[in-house]
Design a protein around this ligand. Structure first.
Ligand code: GLN
Length: 286
């Protein structure tokens, strides 16, 4: 196989377009840049150069997988979140931009407090726990996930961002590994897709991302029920609960927090104007 960068890009764009990709030219260029370890600007300035056969082979293997629906981030193994680069594999959900609001809200609420202990339930890639640890240098974060494969990824991400000594990863089912412990805040982006909605998701998500990280039971609310009902497993109720929620779930999740004794509740909208974060505090707190 011998072709110039320009020819390779044309061929890949065609392939991605035929597969129904929304941005074939952009993705073809981004994949080639990532594959060769150069910038996209470099590609356009060197259109007549011929990459090595092995480089082209690697590139077209990625293009074929992308055309087959595999998410971009699983090919490159990287996803940016809160301006930090995270390792991602098919063992973890790819961090979403709207989840940055969960981290931003946690940081805004907790900044300046000392000896903070934060619990992240269902940490996945560790993106939420690690960004919080980076942005709140006084904090200690405990991050739980039921998937050892996900924790393997998260541990590497903590090392990558230099917070290994402040983020403790524990394998287990929600509160089980931290029974009797005390925390100032709980953050969670649990699996919240309902059984009916899961089949209607984009192919990239439905066929490639871990079901374990997506499926929230018949109405998608299973984990919020457990997150609120099982708070009694901790030594004391934390002063702050912060949950990401799915489309049209905010009222139901707010009601669950209220029933658990958190009478001061706010809902925050994401950039699309959809209620995305529930922030809950016990009565009588500001
Ligand atoms: N936001 C993800 C999606 O819509 C779902 C994440 C989750 O279940 N927590 O694909």
């Amino acid at each position: 196989m011998s072709s110039t960068i320009k020819e390779a890009l044309q061929r890949a764009s065609f392939c991605l377009q035929r597969a129904g990709c929304g941005n074939p030219v952009g993705e073809a260029a981004a994949l080639l840049a990532a594959s060769l370890g150069v910038t996209r600007a470099w590609l356009y300035a060197h259109g007549e150069e011929k990459p090595e056969a092995a480089e082209l082979q690697h590139y077209f293997a990625w293009v074929a997988r992308r055309a087959d629906g595999e998410p971009y981030a699983y090919l490159t193994g990287e996803k940016e979140f809160m301006s930090l680069s995270f390792l991602v594999t098919p063992a973890v959900l790819i961090p979403r931009p709207e989840t940055e609001l969960l981290v931003e809200t946690a940081v805004r609420e907790l900044k300046g407090r000392e000896n903070l202990r934060i619990l992240d339930l269902g940490t996945g890639s560790g993106a939420v726990a690690i960004s919080i640890a980076v942005l709140l240098p006084e904090s200690e974060v405990v991050a739980v996930d039921i998937s050892p494969a996900a924790l393997h990824v998260a541990t590497q991400n903590a090392a990558r961002h230099g917070v290994t000594n402040r983020v403790r990863f524990l394998a287990g089912d929600l509160y089980a590994p931290v029974c009797g412990e005390r925390f100032d805040a709980i953050v969670s982006n649990p699996p919240y897709i309902s059984s009916t909605d899961i089949e209607t998701l984009e192919r990239d998500v439905k066929d490639f991302e871990p079901r374990l990280a997506l499926s929230g039971g018949p109405d998608g609310l299973n984990f919020y029920r457990r997150l609120t009902a099982e708070l009694a497993l901790l030594a004391a109720p934390p002063a702050l609960l912060l949950f990401e929620v799915g489309y049209r779930q905010s009222e139901a999740v707010a009601a669950l927090c209220y029933a658990a004794g958190y009478k001061n509740i706010s809902q925050l909208n994401d950039l699309a104007g959809i209620p995305r974060i529930i922030l809950a505090k016990p009565a009588g707190t500001a």
